[in-house]
Design a protein around this ligand. Sequence first.
Ligand SMILES: [Ca+2]
Ligand SMILES: [Ca+2]
Length: 215
Amino acid sequence: MHSAFALALTAALAPAAGDGGTTTFADWEMNDSSSSTVSDSGPNDLDGTVKGGVTSDGEVLTFDGKSGQVVVKGATKVPIGSRPVTVSARLKIDDVPGTDVGDYDIVRATPGGTFRLEVVARKQRKIAQALCFFNGSITKANLVAGPNLDDDAWHTLECTKTDNAVTLVVDGNQVSSKSVKVGNITLTKEPIYIGSKNGGDWFKGQLDWARIDLG
Ligand SMILES: [Ca+2]
Ligand SMILES: [Ca+2]
């Protein structure tokens, strides 16, 4: 391989940590004309495959809460390591997760939800709140906070892990943060699920987009 090309390729695959820049890990805009594919407009081509009860109107996906999910393969090839990670999504729901599903998994890496963004039921299932979870090389961290999401309105949820903290932002407002060194994030298994936990925790509602950013 030509050395200049090798250098460029290395730079493209592994942006320098600590350079202050943010890079897109995956960006699923969910505006596809195809009803079977969810295109990743980021640099890693992590296109998703639609399975079960998911319908598209070309701008948002509607998940049926029973069998609908998007399965994304290839994420284990993209290094994360010590870089900050932000998992975010814009969603709308008009039901608190019921006992049939327990909670809604919105974006879930494997195994065990290495990182995940969920909607969980609280206060005897009267309200729905955002959940962030990160499982790093040192420890795990979990946050549940923010406004009741069960109002049939659009909400943007963002979960971030940095070197020293995990943070949950809802609709641009920081609603929870914890000082914790979670450690490095490594995806050792495929796939990433959008809208389910591998046949459970089925999401019932709409997604406008979901994305993962590094840095
Ligand atoms: Ca769950
Ligand atoms: Ca969209």
